[in-house]
Structures are given as C-alpha cells and as structure tokens.
Design a protein around this ligand. Structure first.
Ligand SMILES: *Cc1c(COP(=O)(O)O)cnc(C)c1O
Length: 218
C-alpha cells in the first residue's frame, strides 16, 4: 500500500486500510486490532452477530456485504457504517430504523461498476438518482461510494469508478459528503489506489485464504 501510495498519490492524501474479517476467528481479529488495525469489515449478519461480542472494542466496524432489508434491524445499532446501500428500499429501511435508534447512519452507495448480474450495487446510470433520493433521508448521511471491480477487469473500470466519485463530489449535493471511495481488495488494491481509492478492504492478504467450510463465502 505504501509503495502504491508513494507512486500514484500525493503525500497529503490518506488511504485507510480495513481488515475484512469474514470467516476469521475472533482471536486472529483481536491480534490484528492489538497490532494497530482500527477498522473491520463484516459481510454476513449472522456471522457478525455470533462473533462481535468477542471483539476488542477499539476498532470500528463497517458492514460491507449484501444486506437484505429485513436484516437491517440486527445491525443498525451495531455498526458504524453500512457500505453496501444499493437501492432505495434498503435506504428507506436504514433511515427508518436509524431514526428509531436515535442515530444518524453513515452509508456508502455501492456501485455495480462491472455491471455483473451476480453482484450487488446500483448501476452507474442510476447512481445519481439514488444518491439524490437517499440524501433526502434525515437519518442517513452519505459518505461516499463503494465498488468491487470484477476480478481481472481492465484499468478503465477503476478509472470509470473514480470519475463517478469525482463528478458526484463536484455536484455538492446537500447532505452528501463524497469523501470516501472504498475500492480495492487483496488482488487489486494497487490499481484501486492508483485510481483514487482512499479505503481498501483487505482480507486474504492479511489473514490468509479463507476457509470455505461454511458453505461458500465470497
Ligand atoms: C471478501 C471481501 C473483501 C476482501 O477480499 P480479499 O480478496 O480477501 O482481500 C473486500 N470487500 C468485500 C466486499 C468482500 O466481500
């Protein structure tokens, strides 16, 4: 990360790292926290709920997986950000429950930048409208965008994502802080940093290959 940052970005910019903790044992996660990681990413509601009480409390937690509307209630008071808002139905439910919990929920809008049918996220063409409608919701604060570029995709996909981010930032929509571009994983974080990411989400490169025993995890 430091190499990519030095090569492609200016010294005054910050790129944060998230430790993606799906399938990882709490002991290992706490070891990462003790060694300086302050941000965790969780994908699955059930798994997170079963592990969260063992985590050291010094790290904040973002939800980064596909989120069904009927599961928002389990995490609304547990996480500091939901990075995977991909439609207005989900946004409305987050807003409703955030209000009930007396909190403003930070969110990122997830963009399906590779236009993959199997992936979550809003299509680039519908992004502007979703950002504008979500910005009207009083108990949600949009902090930026999240994307999972397809494995092996060309650099232009990263570039396109960065352009969407910059263009929305320049739109200066009320109640929208376009500060976070969450993009880049173990296999592509250098490219993501090259193209404007300021939050990379790393699992495998930190914790090793995931164990698929629980039935197929992304
Ligand atoms: C699993 C996952 C990651 C981390 O992927 P690695 O390739 O293991 O680094 C990042 N973001 C999301 C949304 C994920 O589901």
């Amino acid at each position: 990360m430091e190499n990519a940052k030095a090569k492609y970005r200016s010294a005054d910019e910050t790129v944060r790292i998230m430790a993606v903790t799906k399938t990882v044992d709490p002991d290992k996660i706490n070891f990462a926290i003790e060694n300086g990681f302050t941000l965790l990413g969780e994908n699955r509601v059930q798994e997170y709920l079963s592990k969260k009480d063992s985590y050291l409390k010094t790290a904040s937690v973002h939800f980064i997986g596909n989120l069904q509307t009927n599961k928002v209630k389990y995490i609304i008071s547990e996480v500091d950000m939901i990075q995977s808002v991909s439609g207005s139905k989900l946004a409305n439910e987050i807003n409703r429950l955030a209000e009930k919990n007396d909190k403003i929920m930070d969110v990122l809008i997830e963009v399906n930048i590779g236009e993959e049918q199997t992936k979550g996220g809003v299509d680039a063409g519908a992004l502007d409208e979703l950002v504008r409608s979500t910005a009207e919701l009083k108990n949600i604060r949009i902090r930026g965008l999240m994307a999972i570029p397809p494995i092996g995709c060309g650099e232009e996909t990263f570039e396109k994502m960065h352009r969407l981010f910059v263009s929305l930032k320049e739109s200066r929509i009320d109640n929208v802080d376009m500060d976070i571009l969450s993009m880049g994983m173990s296999g592509d974080f250098e490219l993501a940093i090259k193209h404007g990411s300021n939050l990379v989400r790393i699992g495998t490169a930190l914790f090793g290959a995931r164990n698929y025993k629980n039935g197929g995890v992304v």
